[in-house]
Design a protein around this ligand. Sequence first.
Ligand SMILES: Nc1ncnc2c1ncn2[C@@H]1O[C@H](COP(=O)(O)OP(=O)(O)O)[C@@H](O)[C@H]1O
Ligand SMILES: [Mg+2]
Length: 266
Amino acid sequence: MTDRIILVLLSEAGGVGKTTIAVNVAYEWSLRGRSVAIIDLDSNHSLDGFVGLKAEQERQKTSARIFDRDFDGSWPLKSVFNSELISVCQGSRALKDVTESLVSRKRREYVLDKVLKTYPLPHELIILDCRAGFDLMSENALTASTDILIPIDMGVKVRTVSSLVNSIWQETEDLELAPAPRIMGLIPNHYNKGASFHEEFIAALTKISQQLDLKLYPALRSWQYLNNSSILGEPLKMIRSGDPINAIFANLVDDLEKIRENKFNG
Ligand SMILES: Nc1ncnc2c1ncn2[C@@H]1O[C@H](COP(=O)(O)OP(=O)(O)O)[C@@H](O)[C@H]1O
Ligand SMILES: [Mg+2]
C-alpha cells in the first residue's frame, strides 16, 4: 500500500466548498511541516484565485499536460502561500478537451492513476480537486485516490447524500479498485446556526451517516471570512489565525495524520 495519501473531494453539486476545503486543509497540513500538492482537475480552474495565482494560459503548464500520452513526469507545479511545502498544479479550460479525449482512450478511467504511479509526486499528501458529479475526470480522480472526502451542501435532499455515497461505492466496485479508496467522512457546508431547516437537515444527516457508517464532521458555517479569504487568495488561517472555523480544518488534518500513520504501520 502506498504511504502517501491521495485525497479526492467529491460532491454531487458545485459550489459546495471542495476547493475551499482543499486549500485550507492543504495549508494546515503544511503548517505541520508536511508537503502537499493540490491538483486542479476542474476546467473552471477556480483553484487559481484561491491560491493567489493568475489563470495559466499555457496548456503545458496546467494539469491538462499530465494526461498527454507523451507526458514525461515533468509535473507543472507552482509553490504558493510563500511555502515550499505547498504546490499546486493549475487547471485550465483544456481539461474539457482532455475529458472528451479520454473517451477513446484504453483504460480511460485509470489514466491519472497510472501517471501518479509512473511519475510519483514526492508530496506526503496529494489533493485532487475536481468538478461535481461523475464525469471521466472525476472517475480518474476516484481511481487514483486512497481517500475520499464528501462536502455536502445544506440545500440538498438528504436522500441524495446516500445515493452519492452508494454510487461512489458502486464505482469503486465496478472499477475493481483494490484497495478501494475509503470515505473519510461527510462535511456539511453553508450551515446557518439557528435556521430550523438546517438543524433538521443536520439531524437527518447524522442518522444517514450512522446508517452508512461514515464519519460526520462538524458543519462549516456560512462564514463571510471564508468567502473573503478565497477572494483574497489566502487560506482563512493566514488572514485570521484565531478564527474558530480553523479548528474544523485542523480536525480534518488530524484525521489525515491518523490515516497516514495507519498506512505507514501497515
Ligand atoms: N462556509 C462558507 N461560507 C462562506 N462562503 C463559502 C463557504 N464555503 C465556500 N464558500 C464560498 O463559496 C464559493 C464556492 O465554494 P468552492 O469551494 O469554490 O466550491 P466548489 O469547489 O465545491 O465548487 C466560493 O466563493 C467560496 O469562497
Ligand atoms: Mg472547486
